[in-house]
Design a protein around this ligand. Structure first.
Ligand SMILES: CC(C)(COP(=O)(O)OP(=O)(O)OC[C@H]1O[C@@H](n2cnc3c(N)ncnc32)[C@H](O)[C@@H]1OP(=O)(O)O)[C@@H](O)C(=O)NCCC(=O)NCCSC(=O)C[C@H](O)C(=O)O
Ligand code: MG
Length: 267
């Protein structure tokens, strides 16, 4: 599952030391924007040491810096990595470029440029495992000003979800920078879930618990799902009524997905 996906800046030794203990669904070790130019060699060495240790964290992704892909591949190839996150993907050629250097590893595309949004359909069609929204770079590239409910970038977010769903990919919402603003973060998680994202990328450990709560089925969701499954149990009808509402077999599939999420072990 990919409800809570925490960025770990590889230049930060303290954050790296904490990585294995944090209760999120997945980690993204960042070698791109969270690493200053003078920190690159140290960050890469630290990441290699971390991954070579008896590192038991769940899903491990690495956000590469395309400019240093050769060195990153040379240092990390063969270590336990579940996927590479490619930043600022502008088109399918950016995916193919990484796949050429580092074949046979799942790739994730960050959609965070105007060109990336324009080409998101072809990017989703390359066989990537997932798409990740990047609101900071998007705002920079689009020259928007942040608006309530992310109205300035909503057109891009909905395109990302649309094309991920059309190709059956995992789709993750972007980060929320104000990591001390609990209410604002919770509201953005709820919005992301309502828009169809599977989970959210995070920047701080304090964001893990509220994020998982928002992207897990609520007690109301579970009660509804159980009622729908119960209503179809032993029935061959195409449509039934549950709590005064029409329910079709498509709702049964939704209900089964909800129950599957709530009963799956994390990871
Ligand atoms: C945002 C931060 C710089 C804040 O750091 P800090 O001031 O140190 O916060 P705290 O004092 O509250 O931290 C408490 C302890 O938790 C550890 N910590 C903090 N963040 C992380 C983390 N991400 N992973 C693991 N551990 C973390 C601190 O070390 C403290 O530990 P201790 O002292 O032992 O108690 C910082 O949170 C941070 O750097 N976050 C990640 C930044 C990052 O990775 N940025 C890049 C990805 S986001 C992005 O690129 C967006 C996208 O591309 C776009 O365009 O939108
Ligand atoms: Mg970015």
């Amino acid at each position: 599952m990919f409800r809570s996906v925490l960025f770990i800046p590889c230049a930060n030794a303290k954050a790296m030391a904490k990585a294995a203990t944090l209760p999120c669904d997945a980690l993204i070790f960042d070698l791109e924007d969270a690493v200053g130019n003078d920190e690159r060699d140290g960050a890469l060495t630290r990441l290699a040491e971390t991954l070579a240790s008896d590192f038991t964290a769940k899903t491990v992704l690495v956000r590469i810096h395309p400019q240093y892909l050769g060195a990153i591949h040379k240092t990390l190839a063969g270590l336990r990595i579940d996927g590479l996150v490619i930043p600022k993907v502008n088109g399918p050629e950016d995916i193919r470029g990484v796949a050429h250097v580092w074949p046979n590893i799942p790739l994730w595309a960050m959609i965070e440029t105007a060109r990336g949004v324009v080409h998101v359909r072809e990017i989703a069609d390359t066989g990537v495992k997932g798409l990740i929204a990047g609101p900071n770079d998007l705002r920079k590239d689009l020259r928007t000003r942040p608006m309530a409910d992310r109205r300035d970038i909503l057109h891009a977010l909905t395109q990302i979800v649309l094309h991920a769903r059309a190709q059956d990919l995992i789709v993750l919402d972007g980060v929320y920078n104000a990591f001390q603003d609990e209410a604002g973060f919770k509201a953005e998680c709820e919005q992301g879930r309502s828009l169809g994202f599977d989970g959210k990328t995070l920047i701080h450990p304090a964001q893990i618990a509220p994020c998982e709560a928002a992207f897990s089925p609520s007690p109301e969701d579970i009660a509804w799902a159980k009622a729908v499954v119960g209503a179809f149990d032993g029935s061959t009808a195409g449509v039934v009524s549950v709590n005064g509402e029409m329910v079709e077999r498509l709702h049964l599939e939704q209900a089964q997905r909800i129950l599957g999420v709530s009963f799956s072990p994390r990871g």
